[in-house]
Write a protein that binds this ligand. Structure first.
Ligand code: ATP
Ligand code: MG
Length: 422
């Protein structure tokens, strides 16, 4: 066996048991294959107890970048694959260390060895010491096991040994799809994209709905929602954004005398519409970016009043987060830059001078009773624009990717339809 670069993917949380574990691994593999579909060349994927080994040496950096975005992977570790022979491993380790790190001044180093496969002539400690001695003699580097500047990671596997000098943190979480499907309500703000990302990390595949203030506002909020969903699709692949103009219905609520209930009544209408849309899409929950007490519409009584308009569970992944935490995460996942752009948000369209912090169900029922809500919901649902979005796949011919031990298959082609309307 020649030396070859590859990428090791480890999945921490999936230290799950039995059938569940199989299901999670299968979904992770599906998601992985999808995310590599347009790479440009075949990728070999091998499964080893709790570790996936990806090989496509010509695309090493791209493999690392894509794996780091994949939900369900806890560690992404570029590695050199070498024959399972102590001398050959030591030779390769000396060469790798020397190449990857300048020896002037000589860095303090440590070798960390572990054996996934126990059939090997040395224990992990013996092997680490053996390789360490060679690096020390040949490169003149001082050993420092407590605070090394360079760590050489050695993993003994069934048929080969993997050598690494770096490891990256992955997204973690559960593979998208393992918990089912949800419809996320996305505005242009900081919160809802982070909420959707958190839902994805719990294994939910998300579709998105955005309510625009059209015809009384311009398209800026829709552009923002589109850009946000595009950014979020990096974590789950293909998704859809449903855009519903709600301006006229908002005005109807105002005309019905909603007054200080306006915001909560609008939110209830959104949830009512989203709930029906979700059921048509086969989604099992709604996701919102609410955080308890953040604004006056997000007090407990108001959240409760909104929740009553839904039949599906309304999940609020950020309920206990404060704004600083939310913005830090938005920055990390790349949505903050988009969220901070100005837009015409439908919620500010008919903003009353005072928003109640305690929307009483009877008062809401009285306002809503003056309207034919079922008809309004039906009309809104006939006016949905659907956009297919997928930032992970470039528009190009289907490429081939193969998996060892499985037959070669043609990957589905990229889905980059920016189509509006379905
Ligand atoms: P965000 O930053 O997500 O806009 P926010 O703090 O501005 O949150 P609100 O405007 O009170 O909060 O909205 C609460 C939640 O209601 C949002 O997180 C989102 O899930 C949903 N929502 C609000 N406006 C819209 C909209 N125009 N379209 C779809 N969902 C919306
Ligand atoms: Mg908002």
């Amino acid at each position: 066996m020649r030396q070859q670069w590859c990428v090791l993917l480890k999945y921490g949380e999936m230290a799950l048991k039995g059938r569940n574990k199989e299901r999670f691994e299968r979904q992770l593999l599906d998601n992985l294959r999808y995310s590599l579909a347009d790479l440009g060349g075949p990728v070999q994927i091998k499964r080893r107890d709790g570790v996936l080994v990806l090989s496509a040496p010509a695309y090493q950096e791209e493999l690392v970048a894509r794996a780091r975005r994949l939900i369900g992977i806890s560690v992404v570790q570029p590695a050199l694959r070498v024959p399972k022979d102590p001398e050959a491993v030591a030779d390769a380790a000396v060469e790798l260390a020397g190449k990857q790190h300048p020896s002037d001044p000589p860095p303090r180093f440590a070798v960390r060895a572990r054996r996934r496969h126990k059939k090997f002539p040395m224990t992990s400690e013996q092997f680490a010491a053996f390789i360490g001695a060679r690096i020390h003699t040949e490169l003149g580097w001082p050993v420092d096991l407590d605070t090394p500047q360079v760590e050489i990671l050695v993993e003994v596997d069934r048929h080969e040994v993997f050598l690494s000098t770096e490891r990256h943190r992955g997204q973690g979480g559960l593979p998208v799809g393992t918990s089912g499907k949800a419809l996320a309500l996305i505005s242009g703000g900081f919160d809802s994209p982070v909420a959707a990302y958190r839902a994805m990390r719990r294994g939910l595949r998300c579709e998105f709905v955005h309510f625009s203030g059209a015809p009384f506002t311009g398209p800026s909020s829709t552009y923002k929602a589109y850009a946000l969903v595009r950014q979020l699709s990096a974590f789950q692949g293909a998704t859809r954004l449903h855009v519903i103009p709600i301006g006229r219905a908002q005005r109807a609520l105002a005309t019905a005398g909603a007054g200080e209930l306006q915001i909560v009544a609008q939110r209830r209408l959104m949830v009512r519409v989203a709930d029906q849309l979700a059921q048509r899409l086969g989604a099992q929950a709604l996701i919102t970016g609410d955080s308890l007490g953040q604004v006056s519409s997000q007090t407990l009584p108001n959240l409760a009043a909104v929740e009553q308009a839904a039949t599906l569970p309304v999940l609020r992944p950020l309920v206990g987060w404060d704004k600083t935490e939310i913005i830090a995460e938005a920055t990390e996942i790349g949505t903050a830059e988009i969220s901070k752009l100005p837009d015409e948000d439908c919620c500010t369209l008919l903003l009353p001078p005072r928003v109640t912090t305690h929307a009483e169900p009877q008062r809401l029922a009285r306002v809503e009773g003056r309207l034919d809500l079922d008809q309004i919901v039906d009309e809104l649902l006939t006016d949905v624009q659907v956009m297919n979005i997928d930032v992970t796949q470039s528009a190009q011919e289907p490429v081939r990717s193969c998996e060892v031990g499985e037959r070669e298959e043609t990957r589905r082609s990229a889905v980059v339809a920016h189509a509006v309307g379905e």
